[in-house]
Write a protein that binds this ligand. Structure first.
Ligand SMILES: [Zn+2]
Length: 162
């Protein structure tokens, strides 16, 4: 994608406490990560939207999506990111952390998480990444089960043109 190098740097505060779809969809989403280690999304075929995090109702047409669950890739691309110098309690962190919003492949949504194994200089917009899940025994069925996103080494399959 061209033009991504002209991204602006905005210094400021960004709340990093996000509430993911609580309730039925969120519960199933996190339980599937915990037990199977895969990401699931829901799709409204009429609106051609694949929701991640999954929704049980289409936000556009309110269709019931509870029978449309499917597995989606755990890969995506950095859509935006910020550098965090303080933890949730306002205490300085040992090393600045990179928090990114990652647009997930095969969906119209995305997830927020730490960018792992990458220096501040190494992260860039549109960077291909892959979700890193905690080892099965450490998963608790929460957002915390996604440890973060690591740079993807292997070339991704070519993206289809729309
Ligand atoms: Zn819809």
């Amino acid at each position: 994608m061209k033009g991504t190098s002209s991204a602006r740097v905005v210094r400021g505060k960004m709340p990093v406490q996000y509430l993911y779809t609580a309730g039925v969809a969120g519960e199933r989403f996190f339980q599937t990560i915990k037990t199977k280690g895969v990401l699931m999304a829901t799709t409204c075929r009429d609106c051609r939207i694949t929701y991640l995090p999954p929704r049980v109702y289409c936000e556009r047409c309110f269709a019931d999506l509870s029978e449309t669950w499917s597995q989606v890739p755990s890969t995506g691309r950095v859509h935006s990111y910020t550098v965090v110098h303080q933890d949730q309690d306002g205490q300085p962190v040992d090393a600045p952390q990179i928090v990114a919003f990652v647009r997930m492949d095969g969906t119209d949504g995305g997830l927020i998480g730490l960018v792992l194994h990458t220096s501040l200089q190494g992260v860039h917009l549109d960077m291909p990444v892959e979700a890193v899940l905690r080892p099965p025994r450490q998963r608790r069925g929460t957002l915390d089960d996604i440890e973060g996103f690591a740079p993807r080494q292997k070339p991704a399959p070519p993206r289809r043109k729309r």
